[in-house]
Write a protein that binds this ligand. Structure first.
Ligand code: BJ8
Length: 424
């Protein structure tokens, strides 16, 4: 077996702390994922990703840079950062981990205690030097979205080289024009960073690669409309989480294989959960790796998550970028237009989100909706009233939850979710 400690040390990581983190996440993965029954065989890919995530995958990225096969590693925290621009310049685009509490005391010396756990998490992973993705990133891309992130990036930028994109918060023509210019500025920064110029060829190839990934995820998602559902919500969530980290071509092949197996399972009436299990549509704040808490509670209580209107779900793969542009400018515009359709709660108003929730709940035959906000996320907390009203009008039961990454509320959430599932 390969010893990855020298690599982690070279990245400047805190080895004992990182060993402890890996041990804890490994144990959690065993308890949550490997206890699932009737998983499609092709989910073996997800076990591979989970065991490889801090080790083999990082080595691949470091080696690719060393051999000149890749230019730079560029990390980000938000769905608004266009991966196509990075991969076109032969960079490696990674979504940075922000789904577990780490170094909380150190974080709270710098950020207010009442900051959302996602923001505290990435700050803690950096302060504790335990995230090989952050440490191997040559550039981190932030985005001015919610207040917490935008102010936290001012601090994060003192710890890592950063580029921050301005994301508009209204859907107007002026805002789209501003967003297009932001995408151009980002493209310029990535060109400078990587030393590679964007061309129609490299940009179009990168768009096609990202679209292929999205098409595979759409295909897998469609199989979840069946009863019994062929794949669990936990495995589906991890598939999207993996899409932020793994090699895009390998991921796409694996997701297509999963989709194919799930299509066969649907035809044979085989499920990951029994026929008639209560079906949940998740909506709300994203679930960054390794945040599997809520899905685990829902599915261990006998429910099954059949879809997610969230950035770690539908929003990631719902829209493709138009591949037909004939100049770099046209292709960059097409990228900007596609990303502008992501229905983040920073937008005001944000009617597209509730429309998607109701439509998805119907398409995926959900019995109920669970709308969840991370603690102290004002945006998603506020929008929960709109979600509730839209669900009520559509006649779909909806439950709102506020939670964090700690386990203190697990018992209470289990009781509430069991009661909700029983009433469906
Ligand atoms: S496009 S949802 S990934 S901003 S939970 S940090 S909003 S206080 S994550 Fe997001 Fe981009 Fe939007 Fe998606 Fe702030 Fe809320 Fe915390 Fe959040």
């Amino acid at each position: 077996e390969v010893d990855y400690h020298p690599m982690w040390e070279a990245l400047g990581m805190d080895l004992p702390a990182h060993d402890a983190l890996l041990g804890a996440v490994g144990e959690m993965y065993g308890d949550i994922y490997l206890t699932q029954e009737n998983r499609p065989e092709s989910t073996g890919y997800l076990d591979f990703v989970a065991s490889n995530i801090h080790s083999g995958r990082i080595k691949e990225m470091v080696d690719a840079k060393g051999s000149g096969d890749a230019t730079k590693v560029i990390g980000s925290f938000c769905l608004y950062v266009p991966e196509e621009v990075i991969t076109a310049c032969n960079g490696i685009s990674v979504g940075l981990c922000s789904g577990a509490d780490w170094a909380t005391e150190q974080v709270e010396e710098r950020l207010p205690r009442n900051t959302c756990p996602l923001i505290k998490s990435f700050t803690g992973f950096k302060l504790g030097n335990v995230c090989p993705y952050i440490e191997s990133s040559d550039l981190v891309v932030g985005e001015n979205t919610c207040d917490g992130k935008k102010k936290a990036y001012e601090y994060f930028g003192t710890l890592k080289p950063m580029h921050v994109m301005d994301v508009p918060n209204v859907h107007t023509d002026e805002a789209l024009a501003m967003w297009k210019s932001q995408v151009r500025q980002f493209a310029k920064r990535v060109e400078e960073e990587t030393g590679v110029e964007l061309t129609v060829e490299n940009l179009r190839a990168a768009i096609k690669q990202a679209n292929d990934k999205r098409r595979a995820l759409q295909r897998l998602s469609a199989t979840r409309a069946a009863d019994p559902v062929p794949i669990s919500g936990l495995d589906s969530l991890l598939t999207v989480q993996a899409a932020f980290m793994d090699d895009p071509a390998r991921l796409t092949d694996a997701v297509n294989a999963m989709a194919e197996e799930c299509e066969t399972r649907v035809a044979a009436g085989e499920g990951a959960a029994p026929r008639g299990a209560k079906r949940i549509l998740y909506t709300g704040t994203p679930m960054a790796v390794p945040n599997w808490k809520l899905y685990n509670i829902i599915e261990k209580a006998g429910g099954v998550v059949v879809g997610e209107e969230a950035c770690t779900g539908y929003r990631y793969y719902k829209d493709l970028v138009d591949e037909s542009g004939e100049t770099v400018d046209e292709l960059l515009d097409a990228i900007a237009e596609r990303y502008f359709k992501i229905n983040c709660a920073i937008f005001s108003p944000n009617p597209g989100r509730v429309e998607d929730i109701v439509r998805l709940a119907k398409e995926l035959n959900a019995d109920g909706i669970i709308d969840c906000a991370l603690q102290f996320c004002t945006l998603y907390e506020m929008e929960s009233a709109d979600v509730q009203a839209a669900a009520e009008e559509a006649g779909i039961p909806c439950m709102h939850i506020t939670t964090d990454y700690a386990n203190e509320d697990t018992g209470q959430l289990t009781t509430r979710i069991q009661a909700f599932l029983e009433m469906l």
